[in-house]
Ligand binder design. Structure first.
Ligand SMILES: [Fe+2]
Ligand SMILES: [Fe+2]
Length: 266
């Protein structure tokens, strides 16, 4: 089976890329399931019911999140009532929402999806390492295919996580830095890994935002408004082929697909 993961969808340009390119990529690669990180889908900060709806309508099955979880108040509606929305597992148990879900679709093996958040250079949540081990153990009682979106800043934390889970899950893909790494690989135990999948949105930018205000902020340390940028929209992520019987990954490739109308106008 083939799983397409879409890295952090940033604002309207990111949602437009998802709307136009997910159907194309689904067809071209015979994709069975699509998971997308939606933490920046609402104006670059957080997620709302409407932006989640747009993403689901484009053919995304499950939306994961990250440290921008609380940027939009409306997220509580998704946390309380949307079974296809997964927030980082590393919140205390009483926090609304779920840290994992199992997707059961006709003709496909059950697919477990876990969202984690790192702690190095990030707000301190629970420790993702012990948290994920018990969650993986619980899910593996009924599910062979397990996908993890590890939302974290430090490459070392993401590599350590993937190495710890090698042979226990089908794939560990990192998000959050918005910069796609070139280290896609299948680890010795059969776990696919990519340290960071990048972001889906305007790449003539500083990780999705207009360039000038970010430079001004670094120059002056004065607060600036960071608008979502516009140019060179890419859908980024990873395409992973998994043996549905064993849960082992067979292949992983990076995805960095230009939005066609943008490509034409360049
Ligand atoms: Fe992000
Ligand atoms: Fe993030």
């Amino acid at each position: 089976m083939k799983l397409l993961f879409i890295a952090d969808i940033v604002g309207h340009p990111g949602r437009r890329a998802v709307k136009e390119l997910v159907p194309v990529l689904r067809k071209r690669n015979a994709v069975d399931v699509v998971v997308a990180n939606g933490e920046n889908s609402a104006g670059g900060s957080g997620i709302t019911v409407n932006t989640a709806c747009e993403i689901f309508s484009a053919g995304v099955d499950i939306i994961t999140c990250g440290d921008h979880l609380w940027d939009q108040k409306e997220v509580t509606e998704l946390l309380n009532g949307e079974p296809r929305f997964v927030r980082p597992l590393t919140y205390p148990a009483w926090v609304p929402g779920q840290g994992s879900t199992v997707l059961r679709a006709p003709g496909l093996p059950a697919i477990g999806i876990i969202n984690l958040q790192g702690r190095t250079f990030m707000p301190a949540l629970e420790n993702p390492f012990p948290c994920v081990l018990s969650e993986v153990e619980r899910l593996r009682q009924s599910v062979k295919v397990l996908f993890i979106d590890f939302h974290a800043e430090a490459t070392s934390e993401k590599i350590a996580m993937a190495r710890m889970l090698d042979g226990k899950v089908s794939a560990v893909v990192g998000t959050h830095t918005h910069v796609q790494t070139a280290d896609e690989q299948i680890l010795p135990g059969g776990t696919a890994f990519l340290c960071d999948a990048g972001f889906t949105g305007p790449h003539d930018s500083v990780i999705g935002r207009e360039i000038e205000p970010i430079i001004r902020r670094f120059m002056t340390n004065m607060p600036q408004k960071f608008e979502v940028a516009k140019g060179r929209v890419l859908l980024q992520g990873a395409l992973i082929e998994i043996d549905g019987h064993t849960g082992r990954a067979v292949k992983i490739e990076r995805v960095s697909e230009p939005l066609v109308e943008e490509a034409r106008s360049v």
